[in-house]
Design a protein around this ligand. Structure first.
Ligand code: MN
Length: 376
């Protein structure tokens, strides 16, 4: 069964899940970025292809997002071509029902924990994010592969290429895995600092399966171009495209990575009132604020900006103080903003190697310990 037929087959089984003894889902992360989506689809396809009991076990790739957000992911649509219409989203499947019936197992790709009861039924993890303490319930360490490589697709490809199965790596699958590796490492750009030896090695191996000639510097440029397409996107779309949430007992924050080449400064310049951004926060579980990250890459130079908007002024000062601490090494330099709004801050982030992967754990620590000043 080829990749497309597999996706169509799985989708056709969604109303029929009870007939299987076990549903094993391969779940990408909530930001649903390129490597997360491709990792989920390709790994589920690999597991299905090599599964000895397909009548009993169904492997389902799941995108951990909503179709309304997925539509903003031009780069994933472009790479998947017509297959993008066969994606399955988290709300398409009743996880609680399957869980209660003891029919559910979860494999996490591009993240390593779930903040719910489902964390207990995780049976495998393949991820490239820094490990969060006490976040993994899975006991069998042979089922945990966490390495800080550039792209999760590097780890998925390694898993497949080193597996002792009869899985036939095809041009199509090698191509799908190559795209995110190029995209996440910025075409192996040294100044971006995302590439590891393993990314390069696995990439070289994948190339040997790529029977149809594609110029990979063009592939990279095309993906980047798609990712930076913002035509017709509203302020809310720009903020929603790539979000992760962080919550603590007293505060909930959203971290948005803006589409590439769209700076935080430009977004702030778009705000006439706080209505759009407030609406965005209410749509994201009534978050108390948003931290915005942006990345510009021009002529092999990488520039990052960090900004935030916080609803309540009493949250503002602690965040502002925390984020600028020297120990976090973000090397922030404050910039003026084109709007008179004391609850917005904008910085040049001169440590350009710190991406959301590094910033998110800092914000998680902040949220964990945050207590409002006026509470007694
Ligand atoms: Mn990733």
């Amino acid at each position: 069964m080829n990749f497309t037929d597999y996706l169509i087959y799985v989708k056709s089984q969604l109303n029929n899940l009870v007939k299987f003894r076990l549903i094993r889902i391969v779940l990408g992360n909530e930001a649903c970025d390129l490597d997360s989506a491709i990792s989920a689809c390709v790994y589920a396809y690999f597991l299905h292809s090599t599964c000895q009991s397909k009548d009993e076990i169904l492997h389902v790739p799941i995108l951990n997002t909503q179709p309304s957000v997925f539509r903003l992911r031009n780069e994933i649509h472009w790479l998947l071509k017509e297959n993008h219409s066969n994606m399955i989203f988290i709300d398409d499947i009743d996880l609680n029902y399957l869980y209660d019936k003891n029919k559910l197992e979860i494999i996490l790709v591009d993240h390593h924990c779930l903040y719910s009861k489902f964390n207990k039924i995780v049976t495998q993890i393949i991820d490239h994010h820094p490990l969060k303490e006490n976040s993994i319930a899975l006991q069998d360490s042979s089922k945990i592969k966490i390495e800080l490589v550039g792209s999760c697709c590097t780890l998925i490809a390694e898993e497949i290429l080193t597996s002792n199965t009869n899985f036939q790596m095809t041009n199509e699958i090698a191509y799908l895995l190559t795209g995110p590796i190029l995209f996440d490492t910025f075409n192996f750009s040294p100044s971006a600092g995302r590439t590891t030896e393993k990314d390069k090695q696995i990439y070289e191996q994948l190339l040997t399966y790529r029977t149809l000639p594609v110029d990979d510097s063009t592939l990279f440029k095309d993906l980047k171009q798609c990712a930076s397409t913002t035509t017709g996107m509203s302020v809310q779309d720009l903020l929603q495209k790539d979000v992760k949430q962080v919550s603590g007992p007293n505060i909930r924050l959203v971290i948005s990575s803006l589409p590439s080449e769209y700076t935080v400064e430009k977004l702030i310049g778009q705000l006439k009132t706080m209505k759009d951004i407030d609406e965005f926060l209410s749509n994201n579980d009534n978050a108390d604020g948003v931290i915005m990250l942006s990345l510009e890459t021009t002529n092999d130079e990488t520039k990052r900006q960090l900004g935030f908007y916080i609803k309540k002024y009493e949250h503002m000062l602690p965040i502002n103080e925390y984020i600028q601490r020297g120990e976090h090494n973000l090397n922030l330099r404050e910039r003026g903003i084109p709007i008179n709004q004391a609850r917005i801050k904008l910085f040049e982030q001169r440590n350009v190697q710190a991406s959301r992967k590094q910033i998110l754990p800092l914000i998680e620590n902040f949220a964990k310990d945050f207590a409002p000043q006026n509470s007694s």
